[in-house]
Design a protein around this ligand. Structure first.
Ligand SMILES: Nc1ncnc2c1ncn2[C@@H]1O[C@H](COP(=O)(O)OP(=O)(O)OP(=O)(O)O)[C@@H](O)[C@H]1O
Length: 566
């Protein structure tokens, strides 16, 4: 469906409203599939899609969909492992591009994998050689998996995410230890501190009591350099300290799942662990965990790999559901239009961008609904009160037409829409006057009449940019052409009375002010009266002044008011 630039602006406004509600950027692309189309079958297909899918969206889904993040499996090169293969497999192995490959074992790798018995046995597949490339993204996106599992329950479409999560539980233990390696410095420093405090406390409590005889023996041993005997006196406290150290190392070993020997047995106090020692331990631990992580990942991957294609589909579906959720939020209270022939009609349409709008019904052409005063006219002249809502009605018609051609529900209680090839909206240009503006507008209007096809042309006050006399002639002729070609036209004009005379096929509708409220403000009925020329507001303004003024002035307004009534 073709839209001219103003009609496109309305489409963009609508698209903007939907986009505003879409939280996941991956979901935005879905909107592009719904640009307005003149193809009736396509519109009906889209309607069927929305009817079926919008009902799957539940309010609880919003928070779940918010958690969805893309799960990307990237083919990174893993420098920690070496794959040893037979000469004949070398090329194929290198082509996998996930790690170094060699025909013989080499030093400097944490993991040695092999197809010929040099290390852990593997097949020549990425899943076997680098299962972490699949498992780590899954592990890091457990929140997404949890959300997918729950979404699957809510839609009733099910999910493989639960099963994958179950498999990933096998990694809990290894990953917990991996986390501890990150905190190794703090872990050891705090153990060191605790141990030193404990030893200091013990030393403080320790006192050496010797009897006179023992003291003499002690001095003799000292003289003869018999240190062992001297140390024996202190062995009690030394034993205590050693058992504290042992205890501490045992605790660390349990925490890290690895036998740790960190503290010196030579210099017992203060206990000190050097940075190099920690680094060495870290390296050892990392190496061991790498192997464990590799083995576990491989085991889990074997179980979950067949589920991954479905998972990919589910992720896509989640993005689609987020799009649908936004559509549902935007179209709350809307209805699907009936796709018909013969024109456009809607009952109680509500302007999208006016707060608490008065619902308006309207008909262009000959569709199922008829209103008093209408007779299937295709060319309509909309007249009436200033600020009555004429421009807003043209906008409302455009909104309903555009949404209907997108296959969306529309902002009305009921609607009947014929698929159109083109929609034109010519806005009144308030700021430009003169021949230039007139020429541009005239050209635009004429151009809209050239091509054949089904079209609706909406024009807002064309005459504002030229003299009324000439305007009647120009508009009159152009509308005759539109009528001959069977186009639908709604034109806002203050020249309704003159146009009526020369365009017998056209219907004139009027938006009228109902009167004045108790504060003498205009009350406008936004619903046009069909086949009725809109009573102009000046009369009401005069009436207002007549009511407000006193004395001589009141008399003047009374006379003016009389002129309206005669
Ligand atoms: N259906 C409606 N319900 C509530 N308010 C409305 C409705 N239609 C229009 N309005 C409000 O009335 C005001 C005037 O609307 P609009 O500009 O469409 O009138 P108009 O008849 O085109 O005016 P003008 O004669 O100046 O061109 C706007 O503030 C608009 O928000």
């Amino acid at each position: 469906m073709k839209l001219n630039s103003e009609a496109k602006k309305i489409y963009n406004q609508i698209a903007g409203e939907i986009k505003k509600r879409i939280i996941l950027k991956e979901s935005l692309a879905y909107l592009e599939r719904f640009s307005p189309t003149n193809d009736k079958r396509e519109i009906l297909k889209r309607q069927a899609y929305f009817k079926e899918n919008l009902k799957l969206v539940k309010p609880e889904m919003r928070n779940l969909l918010l958690k969805i993040k893309p799960i990307r499996f990237r083919k990174n090169f893993l420098y920690d492992r070496l794959l040893v293969v037979d000469e004949s497999e070398l090329e194929k192995a290198q082509a996998l591009g996930v790690c170094e490959v060699s025909t013989e074992p080499l030093e400097g790798y944490d993991l040695i994998l092999s197809t010929i018995g040099y290390g852990i046995d593997v097949d020549l597949s990425v899943g076997d050689i680098a299962p972490e490339l699949y498992i780590m993204p899954l592990w890091e996106n457990r929140e997404t998996l949890e959300a997918l599992a729950r979404i699957g329950e809510l839609t009733g479409e099910g999910s493989v995410a639960g099963e994958i999560l179950e498999g990933l539980k096998e990694l809990d233990e290894v990953m917990k230890r991996k986390g501890l390696i990150g905190d190794l410095d703090e872990l050891i420093a705090s153990e060191e501190k605790r141990l030193n405090e404990k030893i200091a406390e013990k030393l403080e409590k320790f006192s050496l009591t010797l009897s006179g005889k023992e003291l003499l023996e002690f001095l003799n041993e000292l003289k003869s350099g018999n240190y062992e005997a001297i140390f024996a006196h202190f062995s009690e406290v030394e034993g205590d300290i050693l058992s504290e150290i042992n205890e501490s190392e045992k605790k660390l070993s349990e925490t890290l799942g690895f036998t740790v020997e960190l503290f010196s047995r030579e210099n017992l106090y203060p206990v000190e662990v050097s940075a190099e020692q920690i680094e060495l331990l870290r390296h050892e631990l990392e190496k061991e965990l790498k192997v464990e992580l590799y083995l576990k990942s491989r085991e889990i991957l074997e179980k979950v790999k067949p589920l991954l294609p479905k998972l990919k589909e589910e992720l896509k579906r989640a993005y689609e559901l987020e799009f649908l959720r936004a559509v549902k939020e935007f179209t709350e209270g809307f209805t699907f239009p009936e796709i018909v022939e013969g024109g456009i009609a809607f009952i109680n349409g509500r302007h999208l961008f006016i707060e608490r709008p008065q619902p308006v019904s309207y008909v262009v052409g000959n569709v199922k609904v008829t209103f008093d005063g209408t007779n299937g006219e295709k060319v309509l002249i909309l007249t009436g009160a200033n600020s009555g809502g004429k421009t807003s009605l043209l906008e409302l018609i455009s909104q309903i037409i555009i949404l209907a051609h997108m296959g969306f529900p529309v902002n009305a209680e009921n609607a009947y829409v014929e698929p159109l090839d083109e929609l034109f909206f010519f806005r009144r240009k308030k700021s430009v006057y003169g021949a230039g503006a007139f020429e541009t507008a005239l050209r635009g209007f004429a151009r809209s009449l050239v091509r054949e096809g089904k079209k609706l042309i909406l024009i807002d006050e064309f005459e504002a940019i030229t003299e009324p006399g000439a305007a009647v002639k120009i508009i009159g002729e152009l509308l005759k052409i539109a009528h001959e070609k069977g186009f639908y036209v709604v034109i806002v004009s203050h020249l309704g009375e003159d146009l009526m005379k020369i365009l017998p096929f056209a219907r004139v509708d009027g938006i009228e002010a109902k009167g004045l409220d108790e504060h003498l403000n205009l009350i406008v009925d936004r619903q046009p009266k069909f086949g009725v020329l809109g009573k102009s507001t000046p009369e009401l303004i005069v009436q207002r002044l007549y009511h407000k003024k006193r004395g001589k002035e009141k008399e003047i307004f009374e006379r003016v008011l009389g002129a309206f009534r005669s």
